[in-house]
Structure formats: C-alpha cells, structure tokens
Design a protein around this ligand. Structure first.
Ligand code: HEM
Length: 473
C-alpha cells in the first residue's frame, strides 16, 4: 500500500469484468448484488474494478485494502457517495452520513453515551424485553403456531433501542415504527438500484408511501424531543446526554469558556435520533434472525450453546456480569455476523488519486468494501459457507488479519453501537435459547434480501418448542 494518497499515474487499473456482462455475471446478478460481488471477487481477486452504467466501482476485497480505505487512509475516503447521500434524506446530517469536522464534533458528543458502563446499565431492560417476548411465544408454542422470527426480532430490537436510548416505551407503536422503518429503507434501496431516476417530488405511489412512513418516524422523534425540552425529568439515556452535551472546543482545539459552549440544536438532535433508530435496530434484528436460522441448521452447535448456558446460568436470567463467560454464545453471534453481515456493503468516495494493492484508484471513484465478500475469502475462512462458531476461538482469531472480519466497519468510522449490539445480542440469545428451541417450518423459502441490511427475503417462519428450564438448574 502507498503511504501517500498520490498514486503513480502509470499504475494499472484493477482487473474486472468489462461493460458487457457475461452470462455468469447475469445469472449471479439475478441472485442479488451481494452474489455478484462475491462472484467477481472470486474471478478477479483482491481488488476489482467493475462498470455500473457510465461509472466504475472499485471493490476492495483483501483485508489490507479494506484496512487502507477504512483506517490507514480514512481521510482520503469520504462518505459523499450516492448511497450515503440517499440515506441522508432520512437521517440528515446524523453520525452515519456526515463527514469532516461536523461529524467529529457529533461523534465526540455522542461517544460517552456508548461507554461500556452505560451500556451495562441497559442489560436489565434488554433481558426484560426478551422475556416479555417469550411470554407471547409460549402461547404460539402451545397452539403449535409458527412465528415470523425476523419480524419479532425487529419488534424486540426496536423496543430495546427506543427504551435504552430515548426512554420511549414503544409498545403498540413498535409495529408501526418498524414497518415505517422498512418502508423508508426499502424506498432508498430502490432508488439506489435505479440511480434515483424517479424524482423524489413526483407523487408516485412509492414516493407517497415513503413520505408517509418518514412522517411517522419524524413525528415520533420530534414529539420525544419536544416533550424532553418541556420537561427534561431525570432520564439517563442517550437523548439526555446528547441534550446536555456541550462542545468543549471550537473544533480547532481552541477551548471555549463553559458558558459559551454550544449544545445541539433540535435539528441535530432529530438527525441523531433518526440515525440511531435506523442504524440501531434493523442491523441487530436481522443478525439475530439469521442466528436462529443457523442454529436450527446445526444441532451440534445448538447443543454446545445449550451446554454453555446450562453451565453458566443454570436456568436463571443472564446479567451483565455473565457476559464475559458467555464465550460460545458470543461466537455464535459473531459467526452469524460473518455469514450475514447486516452492513454488507460500505461505500466511500476517493478524494484524491490513490494506490491500493498496486493498482490505481482515481479521485472521485466509488470505492466499496463488502464484509459479505471479505468474510467469505477461503484463505482466511476455510469452507467459508459453513456455519462454525469455533472460528471465533481466541487462537483462531489471533491467526487472522484484523480486517478479515469487519461487521462493524473499522477505523475512525467504526460503529459507535458495536458494544451495544454485542451486549444486546448475547443477552437475547442467552435468554431465548435457555427457554426454547426454534425450528424452521418445512418448505418455507429461505433467501437473502440485500437491502440496507441482509434480511431474510420471505421472513423466517419457525416453530417454537419450549424447553424445560428446571432441568437446566
Ligand atoms: C449488529 C448490529 C450492527 C452492525 C452490523 C452495525 C454496522 C455498522 C457499520 C459497518 C458501520 C460503519 C459504516 C461505515 O463505515 O460506512 C456502523 C456505523 C454506525 N452505527 Fe452501527 N451497526 C450495528 C448496530 C448499531 C447500533 C445498535 C447502533 C446504535 C445504537 C449503531 C449506530 C451506528 C452509528 C451512529 C454509526 C455511525 C458512526 C460514525 O460514523 O461515527 N449501530 N455500524
């Protein structure tokens, strides 16, 4: 990798397919863009250049290239991409989509709210919501009725993020908000695929549905901010921290007297809340849904998980102190994130000419890193399609480069919610797996839908079989 961002102009462009797709390319494109990216990575190697209309996209596959883009030369790779600009029509200038000094200021303000100790304080409510879901599941188990695990995980994750971060009780509104989230995200994915050909202002049925769903989300967020401005109460959630946060410097390191330090405007609060609602629940939910599916396909892994839970918890509810001991539970979730990374594609724009892996990447190029693709490189992941949580044993992790695995990204833009997500996932898996087993409904189709996350295309219909908790004590 180059140490500077000015590449030698005589460097060759990366290899890749021409502008006329082959039959193989067309076949994999039909399976989805994630399958296409995997196919061209297999064909062309560590970095691939492929045309999309009149543009060229640079897919970075090798961990060294990913590290270069996300970490070592992160300053040369901005979020000013078509994909992030579309997302910002929902999240405004929230943490996920903003860049530069503005982003840095917001990140500093938000970071303390995601401190490990703060997240530990949410453990009780994470487990409590999972238990409340199990009460409902008992009825389904008794009636032998299947549930859509993907929908229930969305519902659960939304309740958790709503309560932990904004102290909102998303009870009956959870379905409406979860549905609105799916509508707005699907809409922008559709726009990304068609390169925004239908203008947003046209009153097409799709645009109208999008506006209505966005209004549902915005109204919920704005009402929460307004209520909190009227009566801050004693909430100790992210919203309270964001409202109380004051910028200690001007952004150039110049300290500002306490009384003059600025806080966030309502608009900034709105953007950060929308960002966290969007980034903080569908991601965890889709990975949890795949976790249940993968466990059901591997009785040996499921038995190993049950054995760990019996040994550590013996039937009692998991707490934050149990988390370090739930190593296999963590490995199960990490392996689900490897196979079905919710953020399956990460985009950047190259600001100046650069060199990656001996190839030239020109200024303004759209650079793509795909955890879905890198996580399937056989050099780092033998038998890559197999579900094998033991890949995440300490010794095996130590033998892989850092960026062979990056479900949460890396470098300065590393997911701010990674610890939140891991804590939530481990507690939910431990709570649910102690109490029941899930088995897929025979004949229900399983396919990947590559939207903003990788969700099960037809939902995930599974039957519930309650387990005897007393026998685990
Ligand atoms: C399994 C769950 C999750 C996955 C796989 C995931 C993945 C990611 C990835 C890959 C990025 C970096 C994107 C990039 O570099 O372009 C990111 C950023 C972000 N995530 Fe997550 N995320 C998850 C859960 C969460 C949760 C629970 C929250 C909040 C409660 C959250 C909030 C954010 C925010 C605010 C950013 C932007 C951070 C910044 O740029 O400063 N995420 N996430």
């Amino acid at each position: 990798m180059s140490d500077t961002s000015d590449a030698n102009p005589s460097l060759p462009p990366p290899p890749g397919p021409g502008s006329r797709p082959s039959l193989d390319d067309l076949r994999t494109l039909r399976d989805g863009p994630h399958a296409f990216l995997l196919q061209i990575a297999r064909q062309y190697g560590d970095i691939v250049r492929y045309p999309v209309g009149p543009l060229a996209v640079y897919l970075v596959v090798h961990p060294d290239g990913v590290k270069h883009v996300l970490q070592d030369h992160a300053k040369n790779y901005s979020k000013d991409t078509f994909q992030y600009n579309l997302l910002s029509s929902i999240t405004g200038r929230g943490l996920l989509t903003s860049d530069g000094d503005f982003w840095l200021r917001q990140r500093r303000l938000a970071q303390p709210a995601f401190h490990r100790q703060r997240i530990a304080g949410f453990a009780g409510l994470m487990t409590a919501y999972a238990e409340a879901m199990l009460v409902r599941w008992e009825g389904f188990a008794a009636r032998g009725e299947p549930i859509d695990v993907a929908a229930d995980m969305m519902h659960l994750a939304l309740q958790i993020v709503g309560k932990a971060l904004f102290s909102i009780e998303i009870g009956s509104a959870a379905d409406e908000l979860a549905q609105a989230t799916l509508v707005v995200l699907d809409h922008i994915v559709g726009r990304a695929r068609t390169f925004g050909m239908v203008p947003q202002w046209l009153p097409t049925p799709g645009n109208l549905r999008y506006r209505k769903a966005l209004a549902v989300l915005e109204n919920a967020v704005n009402a929460t901010i307004a209520a909190r401005r009227r009566d801050p109460g004693n909430a100790a959630d992210l919203l309270a921290m964001l409202m109380a946060a004051r910028d200690p410097d001007t952004g150039e390191g110049t300290p500002v007297p306490e009384a003059q330090r600025s806080g966030m405007t309502d608009r900034q609060l709105r953007d950060e809340m929308m960002t966290i609602l969007i980034a903080g629940h569908e991601t965890v939910a889709s990975a949890l849904a795949w976790t249940w599916y993968l466990l059901a396909t591997d009785p040996a892994a499921e038995a190993k998980l049950h054995a760990e839970l019996a040994a550590i918890l013996g039937g009692r509810a998991p707490g934050v102190d149990d988390l370090p001991d739930l190593r296999y539970t963590q490995a199960v979730f990490e392996e689900a994130l490897r196979l079905y990374p919710p953020a399956w594609i990460i985009t950047r724009k190259a600001l100046t000419d650069d060199e990656i892996g001996g190839y030239r990447v020109p200024a303004n190029a759209l650079v793509v890193a795909s955890p879905y693709v890198t996580h399937r490189q056989a050099v780092f992941w033998p038998d890559p399609e197999a579900f094998d949580p033991d890949r995440f044993s300490e010794a095996r992790v130590a033998g892989r480069p850092r960026f062979a695995y990056y479900p949460f990204g890396g470098g300065p833009r590393l997911c701010i919610g990674d610890q939140f997500a891991m804590t939530e996932a481990k507690l939910v898996i431990a709570t649910v797996a102690q109490r029941c087993r899930l088995t897929p409904v025979p004949g229900h189709p399983i396919a990947v839908e590559p939207g903003v996350t990788l969700r099960p295309k037809h939902g995930l219909l599974m039957r519930i079989e309650m387990r005897d908790v007393a026998s685990q004590a």
